[in-house]
Design a binder for this molecule. Structure first.
Ligand SMILES: [Mg+2]
Length: 327
């Protein structure tokens, strides 16, 4: 059945049923009234929004709907993670062409709800409108019960720069899909998962706060570009040592010389990039099973310098994602 046949209200009822039935003591009104309502508390509140546009953020026509739903929510949860917060509620705004299959929209919700349930996030509202292209816009609200947050603006010269997980697999996934590259099944699965189903580092973000980290960002645009955001906000510089960057081993095996570039500038890995003193980073490493790797240092000055094993600067050109100019 097409969306146009079911109609806006029919579709809303269907999606509301999928998203409903969640037990949440603070939630007073979820989907179905003019606005959602919940009882807040005295903690710091967080809000973030991201839009996914067909043909811009995902390929036209070949988008796997469940993965699209997962990813559209994941990028928002990752922003809450980068603040050290707990995501709580989501508002989902969908623009859909009338010929969209209802099954595709429910598949989108299935992927979204799979991730939402993992993190006790409740979809409490949204809207549906008619448009020539698919646009998925999600707002996530969260809080920080510890009454502290991670910011981009608190990095200090002399602090170390560290990152969670491994980098480059999401960009490898995009390359694989765009260029129809072939890899062995484990690598193919890893690259696809990394690109379509990133894991927001929510637990790790809270753990960073608990261990005394003050500065963090999630890697959406690329390691170098996102570290540059910290540098700008904190009015400092940074150095990355290429041989310390934790490139995903399957990317190294599959992409050879290009692997480092994918890890440095590819983006969409949704790992956390943070700065802190050596003692704090040691405490973080001991407190988590997630890999944490020191990759460089915050310096006085401005901008990000990337140096190779011999200490020579590596020229990356205009590294990282810049809206309106690349891809
Ligand atoms: Mg972010």
């Amino acid at each position: 059945m097409k969306v146009s046949e079911l109609g806006e209200f029919g579709l809303i009822d269907l999606l509301a049923k999928m998203a409903g039935g969640v037990q949440d003591k603070q939630l007073l009104i979820g989907i179905g009234d003019d606005a959602a309502a919940w009882k807040g508390d005295a903690s710091i509140q967080l809000a973030t929004v991201d839009s996914f546009i067909q043909g811009v953020h995902f390929p036209t026509g070949i988008a796997p709907w469940p993965e699209l739903g997962w990813k559209a929510l994941a990028v928002n949860l990752s922003d809450i993670a980068a603040m050290g917060g707990i995501p709580r509620y989501a508002l989902v705004s969908l623009a859909l062409p009338p010929q969209t299959e209802v099954n595709d929209v429910t598949a989108l919700y299935t992927g979204m709800l799979e991730l939402a349930k993992k993190h006790n996030v409740t979809i409490v509202g949204g809207d549906i409108s008619n448009a020539p292209l698919v646009v998925i816009s999600i707002t996530v609200l969260g809080n920080s019960p510890k009454n502290q947050i991670l910011t981009r603006s608190s990095a200090k010269p002399g602090e170390l720069v560290a990152v969670t997980g491994h980098l480059g697999a999401a960009a490898a996934g995009l390359e694989m899909l765009n260029k129809k590259l072939k890899f062995d099944p484990p690598a193919t699965t890893r690259f696809r998962q990394a690109f379509f189903k990133p894991t927001p580092r929510i637990t790790e973000g809270q753990l960073l706060l608990e261990q005394g980290v003050k500065t963090a960002i999630d890697i959406s645009d690329g390691l170098v570009a996102d570290l540059n955001q910290i540098c700008k906000a904190s009015r400092v510089g940074a150095r990355i040592d290429t041989d310390r960057v934790p490139v995903e081993p399957k990317v190294l095996a599959g992409f050879g010389d290009k692997a480092l570039e994918l890890a440095l500038t590819g983006g969409e890995d949704y790992e956390l990039l943070f700065t802190a003193g050596a003692e704090i980073i040691d405490k973080v490493k001991k407190a988590t099973s997630c890999p944490v790797t020191v990759i460089g240092e915050i310096t006085a000055g401005a901008g990000v310098t990337v140096v190779d094993r011999q200490g020579n600067p590596v020229d990356l050109g205009k590294a990282g994602w810049e809206h309106f100019t690349r891809r």
